[in-house]
Design a protein around this ligand. Structure first.
Ligand SMILES: Cc1ncc(COP(=O)(O)O)c(C=O)c1O
Length: 435
């Protein structure tokens, strides 16, 4: 099975771009081999530059809820394109998209930006500006984009002090960040007891999807919201991945609506951009009114609310009906069950983990509640599994720590391709498994 053109492109790319890719995980470093360069995508399928087809379980890392090149999204985008690509002035599409987000989620006002990173960065700045405080709290293993202050890992020992997670982030940038273990109420309570008056906000993935998928323990988000409120800190629920994916509204719709908590601020991205660079942050009106030009907290963007991106996002959200979520649930369940069975039959330790319609498979046994648990995975087993699936025409995330994304365009044939590939992939994982 050749991938000569992908290999040739990767060689060219590596000369002019660090690692040959424009976002690290695409490089296949975690699984070995060279990345496939994609030529086209349609529905549930990708076609690479060598003409090979794959059933896609990455979905552009989440945005493609309706599958690739959905005819109605494409038509809306074509119509918008004919009217120009960017004006730097307000448009109707932005208003429509903002109303759609406000209508589906607890946020009262929203501002559009171009990436999830920008959304979380801006939300934190706003929280600091609103509260006049400086500390930001996050959880180990939660990813909120490559914001300096959030690219932090937990310090050694029992301390919650954050250390920069990468060269290039100075200690001063993370000195005001505190990192806690996920799902650890005692650690949250202790930190707020000690430093609560300095905490501007706590940010969490509404359901973690960046250390593999972990469903929050029932009541955990509610506990966070209550703790923040008790200390005058803002609760920022990052729904860049979960928003409009886990359910029609996101994780908030799953447990927030049930448990009755409300975030002060939320961040969105991925699905709401319909495959274009669009993201958003929003929340309580009194907080959002602190933003420039009404309030003193500055935030801006040349391409913010870009009319093509707003059109794609709006069309996607309007098409994301109950039927779409029902199909995604059905497809996800079929894949989860089959993966579980194949890995069990092959004797590969694993945990199938989901939050709403989002899921992943951890190549470990035991409970996975936090980043330490997730890191016990056998990544060599996953790499073998990944390549066996790829060889059989299934494109999984090239890392054991990522969610598997399905779409409503995953038809029965696509599901069949996945199910047919699983037993051999499980056997390959068994071969590669440690011990
Ligand atoms: C929960 C979460 N927040 C923020 C981001 C950053 O978004 P972006 O990659 O668009 O900057 C991501 C990206 O995967 C994410 O999953």
């Amino acid at each position: 099975m050749t991938h000569d053109r992908s290999d040739a492109l990767f060689a060219r790319a590596s000369t002019v771009t660090p690692g040959g890719v424009n976002s690290p995980v695409r490089a296949f470093r975690a699984v070995g081999g060279t990345p496939r360069f994609i030529h086209a995508a349609d529905g549930a399928r990708l076609t690479d530059v060598d003409g090979r087809e794959y059933v896609d379980l990455v979905g552009s890392w989440g945005p493609m809820l309706l599958g690739h090149a959905h005819p109605e999204v494409m038509a809306a985008v074509r119509e918008a394109l004919a009217r120009g690509t960017s004006y730097g002035a307000p448009t109707e599409a932005e208003v429509d998209l903002a109303e759609e987000i406000v209508g589906r989620t607890p946020v009262e006002q929203v501002r559009l930006v171009s990436s999830g990173t920008e959304a979380t960065m801006s939300a934190i700045r706003l929280a600091r500006g609103f509260t006049g405080r400086d500390l930001v709290v996050k959880f180990a293993g939660c990813y909120h984009g490559h914001v300096d202050a959030l690219l932090a890992s937990a310090g050694s020992g029992l301390t919650t002090l954050a250390v920069p997670g990468t060269p290039g982030v100075p200690e001063t940038a993370t000195a005001l960040t505190r990192v806690l273990p996920y799902d650890d109420r005692d650690a949250v309570a202790a930190l707020f007891a000690e430093e609560g008056e300095r905490i501007a906000c706590l940010i969490t993935e509404a359901a973690p999807g960046n250390m593999g998928v972990i469903a929050p323990d029932p009541g955990f988000n509610q506990f966070l919201a209550t703790t923040c409120a008790a200390h005058g800190a803002l609760f920022v629920s990052d729904e860049v991945m979960t928003g409009f994916r886990v359910s029609k509204t996101g994780q908030w719709g799953l447990d927030g609506a049930l448990e009755g908590w409300q975030p002060d601020l939320m961040t969105f991205g991925k699905v709401m951009g319909g495959g274009f660079p669009a993201a958003a942050f929003g929340g309580r009106t009194d907080v959002m009114q602190q933003l420039s030009p009404v309030g003193p907290v500055y935030q801006a963007g040349t391409l913010s609310g870009n009319p093509i991106a707003a059109t794609a996002g709006l069309t996607t959200l309007r098409l994301a009906t109950d039927g779409v979520y029902a199909r995604i649930t059905e497809v996800g369940d079929a894949i989860k069950d089959a993966a579980d069975k194949a890995l069990s039959d092959a004797g590969v330790p694993h945990v199938v983990s989901s939050a709403g319609t989002m899921f992943s498979v951890f190549f470990t046994d035991g409970r996975v509640r936090d980043f330490d648990d997730a890191q016990r995975q056998d990544t060599a087993a996953y790499a073998a599994f990944f390549h066996a699936m790829l060889d059989r025409g299934v494109y999984l995330p090239p890392s054991a720590y990522e969610a598997w994304f399905v779409s409503s365009a995953h038809d029965d044939a696509a599901v069949e391709t996945i199910l047919a590939a699983l037993p051999a992939a499980a056997a390959a994982a068994r071969e590669a498994a440690r011990g």
